[in-house]
Design a protein around this ligand. Structure first.
Ligand code: TXA
Ligand code: MG
Length: 341
């Protein structure tokens, strides 16, 4: 069965780190907190260890993993020709929620990490527990989000346990993650740097440091999936999710219609919607507190599966700042569906 190792008090902390590092060195997987979401890690040079990640998650083999490092120097062993803009991004945003797609040095990492691409996604996480693990281990760690493939990423150790119990040996429990959405993925190997997945580091923040940045649109992925993972169903509860206009009147009318069809509905929305009479309401925090919405979103989506609701409504966010990342995840959770539009 899966064990849980706590790192929130000094008496157990040392033992938890030792246990995690021993398992990783022995070619096992370990789940750990980062500032974005929980990751499921394995040593990135060990092909058999990395294959256990794909197996536990039920992840498609053609979806490459992000490599996590504790020190910049580790990059030398598995990347080459690092562009200057990448270095500028590292100076500005590492440790932090920014993944850089860099040229991969051939035959350096296990083949299944990069799914046959000649590039590799790398980041240095900011979470003290993740950093401590990586700096003690002194090896690059491949780690996708620690959820079953297709489900919302885990923001608490309990979410990891729910999805992967019995499939992995250890979860390092560092409490709830801060940001709540996965890192921004920036491809710096293209002519103009391109955001492949929006996250907590916004386009505006990047452009202040490196100048113009492209955003890849969902339609681009259909033609040439540059972030291969973006083409799969994601973040979806069992009940269908529908996006709906950010208007109290529109939502009230929709709920009335749904109830008149004898269906039950979950509303995932900011607090100004709290007094609408729905079957289940999961709050995304106060209006204009986008960080809170990001932090709460995945747990809200997960909670839908604990209800007997027939459908889920989510009023949309403006695609500005972190709202871009929130809407990117919501559009995937809804598979593009709008309520009666
Ligand atoms: O915040 C995060 O990034 C979390 C934590 C654990 O660090 N990790 C995470 O990993 O979200 P994952 O595997 O769930 O998402 C990785 C994304 C996928 O969309 C994948 O296709 C893309 O990054 N990716 C990885 N390597 C790539 C590469 N060489 N080229 C293009 N996209 C890549
Ligand atoms: Mg993921």
């Amino acid at each position: 069965k899966t064990q849980i190792a706590s790192v929130d008090n000094l008496s157990t902390e040392e033992q938890s780190y030792t246990q995690a590092i021993d398992l990783l060195k022995a070619g096992e997987t370990v789940a750990f907190p980062t500032e974005t979401v929980y990751g499921l890690g394995a040593v990135a040079t060990n092909e058999l260890a990395v294959s256990k990640i794909f197996e536990a998650k039920g992840r498609p083999q053609d979806n490459p993993l992000i490599v996590h490092i504790g020190e910049i120097e580790e990059l030398m062993s598995f990347t080459k020709n690092i562009p200057q803009i990448a270095k500028d991004c590292m100076d500005a945003f590492w440790p932090g929620p920014l993944t850089l797609i860099l040229p991969l040095k051939p035959n350096s990492l296990a083949r299944n990490v990069s799914a046959g691409l000649d590039t590799v996604g790398v980041r240095m996480p900011e979470h003290p527990v993740a950093l401590e693990l990586l700096r003690r281990l002194k090896l690059p760690v491949a780690a996708p989000s620690a959820n079953r493939s297709g489900k919302p990423s885990p923001t608490k150790a309990m979410h990891v346990l729910h999805d992967l119990n019995g499939k992995i040996p250890l979860i390092v429990d560092g409490g709830a993650t801060g940001i709540g959405l996965e890192s921004t993925v920036l491809d710096v190997t293209s002519k103009v740097p391109t955001i492949l997945r929006p996250g907590g580091i916004t386009k505006e923040m990047l452009e202040k440091v490196i100048g113009p940045v492209n955003e890849s649109k969902p339609t681009d992925h259909a033609e040439a999936p540059r972030a291969p993972g973006m083409k799969y169903a994601h973040y979806a509860p069992n009940a269908p999710v529908y996006l709906i206009e950010n208007s109290e009147l529109t939502v009230r009318n929709a709920v009335e219609k749904i109830h008149s069809d004898s269906q039950k509905v979950v509303l995932i929305a900011r607090e100004q919607y709290a007094d609408i009479e729905v079957d289940y309401f999961f709050s995304l925090g106060k209006e204009n507190q986008l960080q809170d919405a990001a932090h709460l979103l995945y747990e809200a989506l997960r909670s839908c599966d604990e209800t007997d609701a027939d459908l889920v409504l989510v009023p949309v966010f403006l695609k500005e700042g972190v709202g871009t990342a929130i809407m990117n995840r919501l559009e995937k959770a809804a598979n593009g569906n709008w309520y009666a539009k």
